[in-house]
Design a protein around this ligand. Structure first.
Ligand SMILES: [Zn+2]
Ligand SMILES: [Zn+2]
Length: 369
């Protein structure tokens, strides 16, 4: 999931060198990029995401002496399944040849099709333990529904009822079950530094929390590539939000630490899950760090100007890539993103957040010592 970012983040990507030039050309022409056989015998397969501006997930197929591993099978749809099967056929394989599925994170545009691929292949599914713990059926077991949890969170932030209804309906409308796809549990857990079980090939998991709590990047040192998932994309800034109500989470600080970590793989090519391949991980991480630093300053300014805004008012006054009244369905993601920045400023002692029972959360700047 990606939130429309601030104007500053929609750069032209000039800090990175695009290596996926056919992918970038396809992006500009609004068509799917081709299946590509990359250096190091890794395959890049675009799996479409129907009716979504991201358009596709780049799924990677990593062959080894013991079979194929698929990283992020993509969004579950008939079109997506056909694209995945066609891509595997280009690599001379069928779903039955897949022995493992590695998930960078559980967002449905990555993990959505794992269930279908697992059923067709009997492959194991691997992810980070913190990602397993965020699976919706684990995370929302105490809430009546995901929509109910989201409505409560919006109200606590001070969102007007009209926004709450527009975004998540009313309890009466919940005759339909939650439309979340069937997200399978992992068979294997990959900790930071864990090797993926492949014969004759190194593929190592790097824990890069931030976009999600258990996000993984994968390093293939011989091919000198890093599969960056949604952690680092060449142009889009990934959404960094608070994840549900778990106490003690620090997604923005985690994300910034994870960015600094990736900068040391600057001599590796980045294979992201969206957009196109590139080089320049150090420059791109720097750009993302600058973006969040600027955003933190902007939030402090907005709170200073508004006095004691609700969380919702502060969110609505930050600059997004389009005017607030056009942010539409992404308002909830924008709120989560603002909450992550508020959390960070609160942890730094620069903002104070008041959570009085039954009242929306209000923010104020901490007095200067
Ligand atoms: Zn994501
Ligand atoms: Zn994604």
């Amino acid at each position: 999931m990606h939130v429309p970012g601030s104007a500053a983040e929609r750069g032209d990507g000039s800090t990175v060198t695009v290596t996926g030039s056919r992918q970038k050309a396809a992006w500009a022409e609004h068509v799917l990029p081709p299946v590509e056989h990359l250096a190091g015998d890794i395959w890049s397969l675009p799996v479409p995401i129907p009716d979504n501006p991201l358009r596709y997930t780049l799924c990677y197929v990593v062959p080894s002496d013991s079979g194929l591993v698929v990283v992020d099978p993509g969004w579950d749809s008939t079109k997506g399944w056909d694209a995945l099967c066609d891509g595997l056929a280009s690599a001379g394989a069928t779903p039955a040849d897949v022995t493992g599925i590695v998930i960078t994170h559980i967002h449905p545009d990555h993990h959505g099709m794992s269930a279908r691929l697992k059923a067709a292949s009997d492959a194991w599914v691997a992810m980070h333990p913190a990602e397993r713990d965020s699976l919706p059926h684990r995370q929302f077991q105490h809430e009546k529904s995901r929509a109910e949890a989201a409505r409560n969170r919006l109200r606590e932030a001070g969102a007007p009822e009209s926004d709450v209804r527009e975004l998540f309906g009313t309890p009466d409308e919940e005759h339909r079950p939650d439309s979340a796809p069937d997200l399978v549990e992992p068979d294997l857990l990959l900790e930071d530094g864990s090797p993926v079980a492949l014969d004759g090939r190194d593929l190592v998991a790097l824990w890069t929390p931030g976009h999600t709590p258990g996000h993984l990047c994968l390093v293939e040192p011989t091919a000198r590539v890093v599969l960056t998932g949604d952690h680092i994309l060449p142009r889009i800034t990934p959404n960094i939000g608070l994840h549900g109500r778990r106490p003690g989470q620090t997604p923005l600080a985690d994300f910034m630490d994870s960015l600094k970590r990736l900068a040391s793989w600057d001599d590796h090519e980045a294979l992201p899950a969206h957009e196109y391949r590139f080089r320049g991980l150090a420059a791109r991480t720097e750009q993302l760090l600058d973006h969040h630093t600027a955003r933190l300053s902007e939030l402090l300014e907005v709170v200073g100007e508004l006095g004691q805004p609700t969380l919702w008012e502060a969110t609505a006054h930050i600059s997004w890539s389009r005017p607030w009244d056009q942010v539409g369905a992404m308002r909830f993601a924008a709120l989560a993103e603002t909450e992550a920045h508020v959390q960070h400023l609160t942890d730094l002692g620069l903002l104070i957040r008041s959570d009085e029972n039954g009242r929306p959360v209000r923010l104020r700047r901490a007095p200067v010592a």
